[in-house]
Unconditional design. Structure first.
Length: 76
């Protein structure tokens, strides 16, 4: 994994498409949500960027569910 402190915003944002970076997020997510230094800033950021958050969630799920739609279309 790269040193996150040295990454520009574009490269940092692209890490969500990296399998290994996503795995790190998955296994540390609970500890971030419960850590007193991170919990409130994390949720403040989500609340302050609600539309962007929902757009990202929709794009994420669409990417995962779209193959099932293709299977359904092929099977009619």
């Amino acid at each position: 994994m790269p040193n996150f402190a040295g990454l520009d915003d574009e490269r940092l944002n692209s890490l969500v498409d990296d399998f290994h970076a996503r795995e790190i997020l998955h296994v540390t997510f609970g500890s971030v949500l419960n850590h007193p230094d991170f919990r409130e800033p994390f949720f403040e950021t989500l609340r302050g960027n609600e539309e962007a958050y929902y757009g990202m969630v929709e794009a994420h799920f669409s990417r995962h569910f779209s193959p099932f739609g293709e299977i359904r279309k092929a099977g009619n």
